[in-house]
Ligand binder design. Structure first.
Ligand SMILES: Cc1cc2nc3c(=O)[nH]c(=O)nc-3n(C[C@H](O)[C@H](O)[C@H](O)COP(=O)(O)OP(=O)(O)OC[C@H]3O[C@@H](n4cnc5c(N)ncnc54)[C@H](O)[C@@H]3O)c2cc1C
Length: 312
């Protein structure tokens, strides 16, 4: 049986996908989006990194942009990611970025090779040169297979200290994917999953997604791999702390990750208690899809948008 949370998420993402709503929110919503997005360019993003560093919170930079159409635009997008890597390095920050392979050309063949892979190599190569790290975000389910295959290729080339990826606990396939990647000793971010997915591939009941989340984290920890526990769910955060303690897993064998603008109080208190905490900092002009997913995660966020729209 589908539960309220899933129905709510589906309703918001369906409405947000309508062009008239998108145009309205795009025209009037930038002020509201700034609760979740650190400005439009590398400068504001790096300023956010430095501000979080004062609270002992690490950063993961994410240039917004999804489903970009032409190969030229994809390569231009990758060039902009290189710019933020350079800006981070120049500011004395070890570059840590996330990319969506769809934005750098996944699925488009140029010179006989997948453009996403070509551009990912440029980005990871540059970050690696500065001792940095690139995480391949996970998108909607039709992209999972290719993303994991490309991740395998890239870990082979750059090593698990420089490239990681994401598993979504709402997908039935994720535990099998985790096990199949184990030989790579991969650095994985575990999330619940943010896309509107059919019940044929994703669990419709939130309690099942939460249970699968814990199992993925625990299995990856027990296998001795580095885990990015990416959630704002405080009961999971507490359970993971207890699990690590009970299994003798050191605080530097995993980290908590949360989104910019969400549960900053929890981010600060975990960092103050000596846990590694990293905030995912999105920036850029193409904020609408990211913003819609954040609104869909929590009923109170819809009121925030409606109030913002009424204020105009
Ligand atoms: C660092 C990071 C990276 C991510 N990368 C990906 C990715 O690559 N692919 C992908 O599909 N998904 C990604 N996500 C999103 C993820 O899949 C979830 O949609 C999102 O994290 C909400 O789930 P939750 O684990 O916080 O738990 P929930 O059960 O959804 O929320 C738990 C509690 O957290 C708080 N909360 C959660 N969301 C919000 C919000 N938007 N606004 C205010 N409070 C909120 C509320 O208090 C809520 O009760 C990422 C999330 C994080 C934190």
């Amino acid at each position: 049986m589908t539960d309220f949370n899933q129905l709510y998420r589906k309703a918001v993402l369906t409405v947000a996908g309508q062009k008239t709503i998108e145009n309205l929110v795009r025209a009037r919503g930038w002020g509201m989006a700034q609760r979740f997005v650190a400005g439009e360019g590398p400068d504001t993003a790096i300023a956010a990194v430095q501000e979080l560093a004062r609270d002992g919170i690490l950063a993961n930079l994410d240039l917004l942009g999804e489903f970009i159409e032409s190969p030229e635009q994809c390569t231009a997008f990758a060039d902009n990611v290189l710019k933020v890597i350079e800006a981070a390095h120049a500011a004395g920050v070890t570059p840590y970025v996330s990319i969506k392979l769809s934005s750098v050309g996944q699925g488009k063949t140029v010179n006989g090779e997948d453009l996403g892979l070509t551009n990912a190599r440029r980005i990871i190569g540059r970050a690696t040169g500065y001792g940095g790290f690139v995480c391949l975000d996970m998108e909607d389910h039709p992209r999972v297979e290719q993303t994991l295959a490309q991740f395998r290729t890239l870990v082979g080339e750059y090593g698990h200290d420089h490239v990681g990826t994401v598993l979504q606990s709402y997908l039935y396939r994720s535990e099998a994917d985790r096990a199949s990647l184990d030989d790579l000793k991969p650095n994985l971010r575990i999330v619940k999953g943010a896309y509107l997915e059919p019940e044929t591939v994703a669990m419709p009941v939130k309690a099942d997604v939460d249970a699968a989340y814990r199992q993925l984290v625990y299995a990856h920890m027990k296998a001795g791999n580095y885990v990015n526990v990416a959630t704002h769910d405080e009961s999971i955060v507490e359970d993971v702390k207890m699990f690590a303690l009970a299994h003798g897993i050191a605080k530097d064998a995993y980290e908590f990750q949360m989104l910019y603008g969400i549960r900053r109080d929890l981010q600060k208190s975990l960092a103050a208690a000596g846990y590694r905490v990293r905030a995912y900092i999105p920036y850029g002009r193409d904020w609408y899809p990211y913003f819609s997913r954040r609104i869909a995660e929590r009923p109170a966020n819809v009121m925030f948008v409606l109030r913002g729209m009424l204020k105009g």
